[in-house]
Design a protein around this ligand. Structure first.
Ligand code: NAP
Length: 489
């Protein structure tokens, strides 16, 4: 059995109290690794080591920091296929999606490395003569990164790379279901030349190890991706110590299909958005809001196409849908199907746990006759369940899209440019796609949501640097005399 250790102060070490936990393949239920579970003492050591490394790392010129990231990006590229296979084994998503997960990590690493020669501030004229004004960026200090299991390498990379290029030192806690890809990522950075202590990795239960990171007095900021409940709790706790927090939380993402849409294209998008990654994406298309004139035709096409999806081991190229991550997630999805049936929605496809292999499989599921007030139309299920809701026109469709507490991604299929622009203007979401599904973020654009999906930060793109830096405003007066702003003008 392969053993995986904690990474603290540049050393791979065992937990100080000898505790371990298991990592299981969700497809076969085979044990794939034994992982060291960090004690509170280990978390303290990790934070201390990051704190100690901060001065040197933050004063290393950003283009020099970037060289390490460029090397890491190249290593990730060289190992893409191997990492993708490992990711499918650890997390279950099918291989072509696992390759995409690794590719996102590669893309953000190159992108963040490029930022090493930008990290722009601003200059602007002063209102007074012989005075110069500018802003510069400073790192935050020691930052805690807490990540979920659904993008085992992309999400850690989305946080680590912009945080490193900005000059922060880090303590990473990956999800307990998928820590191995984070370990591989850290090993790559180590090999690329990252100095010891700059990035530390601890593993273990969120409510113990994650909580210790959130509460540690030397942690100046927390970047968290995960569920709304955990995010709310972290925000509340961190606020007590005035820590900066960035949250990327859940979604209940709609695809609106208008009566003028290309229905086959829309079905492609619904299948990809609803059942890709077995519905376990924060941007998954879990609601389809269909114009009443085409709803019957759309449903028929969607059911036919969904029936043809093949469940199984994601390592096989002909498999479309892998397992869900663990048993509690499987039971949660099952419970939501019961809730949907009890609420009066019409279960037209799937709805059951299935066993093509020993792991955690759930049939791709479609509910029709869903109304916006039903729980299956409002709450994040995080599984392969699509709810179809009818709307009489664009305004009603947008109203339904906006009627949930989340606001991450959204989409509209239409041939009418007016409909497209009205959707862009009026859907309450951080992302809107036109004639494309709700998933498919690119790393050089901001990523995040509104309402309960987050607290206003955006990952990736130039906004990734906003997340991990703070701005200092600088005034340089070279007049040689006392000049008073607002008074001497
Ligand atoms: P989760 O249960 O909130 O866990 C996320 C991470 O937080 C894990 O590392 C977890 O550790 C840790 N954690 C749990 N309780 C904690 C606590 N009290 N203090 C500190 N850390 C704690 O979420 P999940 O089930 O892994 O992920 C699914 C959720 O993530 C969905 O809601 C999905 O929409 C959301 N998500 C959002 C985005 C986005 O960008 N908006 C992207 C992907 C996923 P353990 O693993 O040890 O429990």
């Amino acid at each position: 059995m392969k053993e995986y250790k904690l990474f603290i102060d540049g050393e791979w070490i065992r937990s100080s109290d000898g505790q371990t936990f298991d990592d299981v393949d969700p497809t076969t239920l085979e044990l794939i690794g034994k992982l060291q579970k960090a004690s509170l003492e280990d978390v303290n050591s990790a934070v201390d080591s990051a704190d100690h490394a901060f001065e040197k790392w933050s004063s290393t010129p950003a283009p020099q920091r970037a060289k390490i990231l460029f090397r890491a990006a190249r290593m990730l590229e060289e190992r893409k296929e191997e990492l993708a296979r490992l990711l499918t084994v650890e997390m279950g998503k099918v291989l072509k999606e696992a390759r995409g997960d690794v590719q996102e990590a590669i893309d953000i690493t190159y992108y963040a490395a490029g930022e090493g020669r930008r990290l722009f501030g601003e200059t602007t004229p002063s209102e007074l003569p012989d005075k110069f004004c500018m802003t510069i960026r400073r790192p935050l200090g020691v930052v805690g990164l807490i990540t979920p299991w659904n993008f085992p390498i992309a999400i850690p990379a989305w946080k680590i790379m912009p945080a490193l290029i900005s000059g922060n030192t880090l303590v990473l806690k990956p999800a307990s279901d998928t820590p191995i890809l984070s370990i591989e990522l850290v090993k790559i950075l180590e090999k690329a030349g990252l100095p010891g202590g700059v990035l530390n990795l601890v593993m273990g239960e969120g409510n113990i190890v994650g909580s210790a990171i959130v509460h540690h007095p030397k942690i100046r900021a927390v970047s968290f991706t995960g569920s709304l409940d955990t995010g709310k709790w972290i925000l509340g706790e961190a606020a007590k110590e005035m820590k900066k927090v960035s949250l990327e939380l859940g979604g209940k993402n709609p695809i609106i299909v208008m009566d003028d849409a290309d229905l086959d294209l829309a079905v492609d998008g619904i299948i990809w958005g609803g059942f890709g990654t077995t519905g376990q994406r924060c941007t998954a298309a879990s609601r389809v809001i269909a114009h009443e004139k085409i709803i019957m035709e759309l449903q028929a096409k969607l059911i036919k196409r969904t029936k043809a999806l093949r469940l199984g081991n994601g390592l096989l190229e002909n498999v479309d849908v892998g397992p869900v991550i663990n048993n509690s997630q499987l039971q949660k999805i099952n419970k939501y199907v019961d809730i949907g049936k009890n609420e009066g929605a019409n279960l037209v496809l799937g709805g059951k746990i299935t066993k093509p292999l020993p792991g955690y499989f759930f049939e791709p599921t479609i509910f029709t006759d869903v109304t916006p007030d039903m729980r299956i139309a409002r709450e994040e299920i995080f599984g392969p369940v699509v709810s179809i809701i009818s709307a009489s026109g664009l305004d009603e469709a947008i109203g339904i899209a906006n009627s949930v507490e989340y606001g991450l991604s959204s989409s509209i299929y239409t041939a009418n440019i007016r409909n497209a622009f009205k959707a862009i203007e009026n859907i309450e979401a951080g992302i809107t796609y036109i004639n494309a599904s709700t998933i498919g973020a690119e790393t050089h654009l901001p990523f995040g949501g509104v309402k309960s999906t987050g607290n206003g930060t955006r990952e990736a793109g130039t906004t990734a640097i906003e997340e991990f830096t703070e701005i200092k405003t600088v005034y340089i007066d070279y007049s040689g005399k006392l000049q008073k702003a607002q008074i001497d003008v």
